[in-house]
Write a protein that binds this ligand. Structure first.
Ligand SMILES: C[S@@+](CC[C@H](N)C(=O)[O-])C[C@H]1O[C@@H](n2cnc3c(N)ncnc32)[C@H](O)[C@@H]1O
Length: 416
């Protein structure tokens, strides 16, 4: 999914205007009076009543509407606030050694997440990957109250100079070895599924995964794409996503990530934090074992249990085991079927349709075992409330962590 076409068409018009002025050397800098005037006009047009495409969030920073006008690029809590609270703080970028600060800002858009990370650690090296050049240009025209926005603007402006205004047709993207760092930042204006294949393996420490929601646009939430990211992460590297979607978490488990839940910001459910191997800078604040029978049977008790766990309230950014309900949904329900894109080229509709077919097959398979004792085709409601076979509950109760629990529950199903 992309930012709204109406908005990108308008931005495109301003890019062309700037490009012409740049070529004729009438406007060559983004701090010139002429560029400030152009920026003001763009923002005024996008925020006008008739267009209404650029929306002010609660912290005063702007976000764009997406193709589906119900979904904004950021939550109303604040575009910059999200960058800080959902990505920079949970990544622990602030306390990282310089050699552990290689960041992939996936779906970088206006660059809020990258600037938030830079504000916590000026030595991060960031690759920014964004398919829409219009959102990059919009960032040049916004007034974002963080001094690190200037660093992002510089990198974005260099990108436009080299790739758009000088008509060199993305030559830097063709060979990313040649794509130069501007103040430790590289900008890639391409589909993440393509450009990531060209990046070195074992390279990133942190992936800020900020795609649109998987239910609407699953292309960057598929098993194959997340597998590609796994290859690109160093050992101990992490993916952070605001999404707590079940098929997304399920794909992460399937690949072999260690998946945890972080705090929730502006939503009921916590963010997703997944590691390749063991976390280096984080410790896990909830006991890994699901030791209390009530906890396993009842999500409300589970929530209480989490709140009472050592450290969690003192340090909001530690990790916790994903909830009992999520573990059961991933392992026992068709909701846990992930998205697949074997060729890394399918569109959202194809990916969603394929998953629907797989969900039906999964249900059919469990329906075959009609014998009461082994009827594991539970309704979502029963799975959520824990009103399921004692044997399955015991597996969950006795397993050390989510990985073990989900594997054992799935095995139990395949033994049917
Ligand atoms: C939720 S917004 C991200 C907001 C952004 N992090 C920011 O700070 O402004 C999702 C972004 O993903 C981009 N996008 C969608 N599909 C993509 C793809 N396949 N590869 C790269 N970027 C993509 C969209 O253009 C959009 O800007």
């Amino acid at each position: 999914m992309l930012p709204n076409l109406k908005a990108t068409d308008i931005i495109e018009k301003y890019i062309n205007e700037f490009s012409e002025e740049f070529k004729s050397k009438k406007m060559t800098k983004i701090d010139s009076v002429e560029f400030l005037k152009l920026s003001k006009n763009l923002i005024a047009e996008l925020t006008s009543k008739e267009i209404d495409m650029l929306v002010k969030t609660d912290d005063g920073t702007y976000t764009l509407k997406s193709e589906d006008t119900d979904e904004l690029m950021h939550s109303r809590v604040g575009a910059l606030t999200e960058g800080i609270e959902k990505f920079a703080i949970p990544s622990k970028v602030e306390i990282r050694e310089d050699c552990d600060c290689n960041i992939l800002d996936l779906c970088s858009g206006m660059g809020y997440n990258a600037m938030a990370c830079l504000s916590k650690n000026k030595n991060c090296k960031i690759d920014m990957v964004e398919i829409s050049k219009e959102t990059l240009f919009l960032s040049l025209c916004l007034d974002i109250p963080l001094k690190e926005h200037e660093i992002i603007k510089k990198a974005y402006f260099e990108f436009f100079k080299n790739n758009i205004f000088e008509n060199t047709d993305n030559k830097d993207n063709e060979d990313n070895e040649n794509n130069k760092y501007i103040n430790n930042i590289r900008v890639f204006n391409e589909d993440a599924r393509i450009i990531l294949q060209k990046m070195p393996d074992n390279y990133y420490n942190i992936v800020c995964h900020d795609a649109f929601s998987p239910a609407r646009d699953p292309v960057l939430y598929t098993v194959e794409f997340l597998e590609l990211l796994y290859k690109k992460l160093k050992d101990g590297g992490m993916i952070i996503s605001y999404s707590s979607s079940i098929p997304f978490r399920s794909a992460l488990f399937e690949i072999g990530y260690n998946v945890y839940e972080g705090v929730s910001i502006g939503r009921k459910r916590g963010i997703t934090i997944a590691f390749k191997g063991k976390p280096i800078y984080h410790h896990i604040s909830i006991q890994e074992t699901c030791g209390n029978e009530n906890t396993c049977n009842n999500n409300e008790n589970n929530e209480n249990n989490k709140k009472n766990t050592d450290n969690y309230e003192n340090d909001n950014y530690e990790l916790q085991r994903i909830s009992d309900v999520d573990e059961r949904l991933i392992a026992l329900s068709s909701i846990g079927i992930p998205y697949y894109d074997e060729t890394l080229s399918k569109n959202s509709e194809e990916i969603i349709n394929k998953r629907e077919i797989m969900r039906e097959k999964f249900k059919d398979k469990l329906m075959v075992n009609k014998d009461d004792e082994y009827n594991y085709l539970y309704s979502t409601k029963r799975i959520k409330s824990g009103k399921i076979d004692e044997k399955l509950l015991n597996i969950q109760k006795n397993s050390k962590n989510s990985v073990e629990c989900i594997n054992l529950l799935k095995k139990e199903l395949t033994n049917l």
